[in-house]
Write a new protein. Structure first.
Length: 153
């Protein structure tokens, strides 16, 4: 004699799938909204240390420094570019150029269009600047070479 009958359990997979998609979409939107807010971004992630600082118009202009670069081993050319965070900021029209850079930015030299090797040397830094790897020069062989990450004191 049975007192309890086992009833089959029916799970509506379509309904569970819709609820799961709705919840995950809401979580994704909230996370994206939080990561675009600078105050919340600091709490949620530390990736800015490696990628660059989230900046806006108010604090962008106050953290600048100057860097003087000397081109050696080749004549000046518009094909040699100076990149800041992957964007072109200057060309080597002369043997010596002075560029203005922002805090926590990566400076690269693009020599992909030049077939012969050459050197770019750091002649002078602003007093408030420091280069992460402390390199005085960078050798370029038809590639993009990283000069270093800039830190403003």
């Amino acid at each position: 004699m049975r007192f309890f009958k086992k009833k089959p359990i029916y799970i509506n997979l379509s309904k569970a799938y819709k609820i799961t998609i709705f919840i995950l979409t809401a979580v994704l939107l909230i996370a994206q909204l939080a990561l675009t807010t600078p105050g919340a971004r600091v709490v949620l992630t530390y990736i800015d240390k490696f990628e660059g600082v989230y900046t806006n118009a108010e604090n962008y202009s106050s953290k600048l420094g100057e860097l003087k670069l000397i081109l050696e081993g080749i004549n000046p050319s518009a094909d040699i570019e100076v990149l800041q965070n992957g964007k072109t900021i200057a060309f080597f029209y002369d043997n010596a150029i002075t560029i203005t850079v922002s805090d926590n930015s990566v400076i690269e030299i693009d020599g992909r269009d030049i077939s012969e090797p050459f050197v770019v040397r750091v002649e002078k830094l602003s007093e408030n600047m420091k280069i992460e790897n402390d390199s005085d020069y960078v050798q370029i062989n038809s590639n993009i070479s990283i000069l270093g990450r800039i830190f403003i004191k």
